[in-house]
Ligand binder design. Structure first.
Ligand code: HEM
Length: 210
């Protein structure tokens, strides 16, 4: 099944590389001391790399949103309200129990359904909530003059910074879980190969129908 078009794969690989640069330089800025201690890169270099990677990531994100609006890929992210919780429960039960008992996947991948309910929820939260918030707060930190002076007596810059590092933390946790769940395909490397070739390997054969 051809599920990962070229534009999506190009967005994804650039996004992944930029994300790693942002996490490393973000941590570096946080832990590199003014005196001798340097985590990976010095403070100045970390700021330069972080800002440049963030600008490219933002442009790449606009490309991703446009791609999802203009192609059929966006439909895979739509959450159905009626069966949302029961489907989520089925998927959580599978990951925590059924999978280890050799049960069949409750939501096999088809041309109509690329993501299981848990994947869908985590992708929607990461891509349409956490990432926009990290980008908006990042723009605020880059241009402090546009940030409100204060809200209820608390500095606007502190709130913006708090939002930025909290969302950055959530996205870092997302990345770890994301890479782990990507090993849960037919074989540990199957889903990674899909993101390279564009073709998802179904349960028992490669279906090159599209
Ligand atoms: C080392 C880094 C990464 C690796 C190895 C990786 C791996 C993968 C793989 C194998 C898939 C295909 C499986 C699937 O459909 O779920 C995938 C899809 C996806 N990944 Fe990643 N990923 C990485 C980083 C990221 C990051 C940083 C984000 C966003 C913050 C992200 C967001 C997504 C999204 C939204 C999809 C679904 C795209 C679509 O089909 O519409 N990934 N990733």
């Amino acid at each position: 099944m051809y599920l990962y078009p070229k534009w999506l794969r190009a967005w994804h690989v650039l996004n992944a590389v930029l994300f790693i640069i942002l996490i490393v330089t973000g941590l570096s800025m946080q832990y590199t001391g003014k005196k001798d201690y340097v985590l990976v890169v010095g403070f100045e270099a970390a700021v330069r790399w972080h800002n440049s990677a963030a600008v490219i990531l933002t442009i790449n994100y606009i490309f991703y949103v446009a791609g999802n609006l203009l192609t059929k890929n966006g439909r895979y992210y739509r959450i159905k309200r009626d069966s949302f919780f029961s489907d989520l429960y089925k998927q959580i039960r599978y990951y925590s129990y059924g999978m280890f008992k050799g049960e069949k996947h409750p939501f096999p991948v088809t041309m109509e359904r690329k993501f299981n309910p848990l994947q869908k929820l985590s992708y929607v939260l990461a891509m349409y909530l956490a990432l926009p918030l990290v980008i908006i707060s990042g723009i605020g930190l880059l241009f402090p003059e546009i940030v409100a002076k204060g809200v209820l007596g608390v500095s606007g810059m502190i709130l913006t910074d708090l939002l930025h590092i909290t969302m950055g933390f959530f996205l870092s946790v997302f990345l770890v879980i994301h890479v782990y769940t990507c090993t849960l395909g037919k074989k540990p490397g199957t889903l990674f190969m899909s993101m390279i070739s564009g073709y998802h390997a179904s349960e028992d054969h490669y279906d090159l129908e599209d």
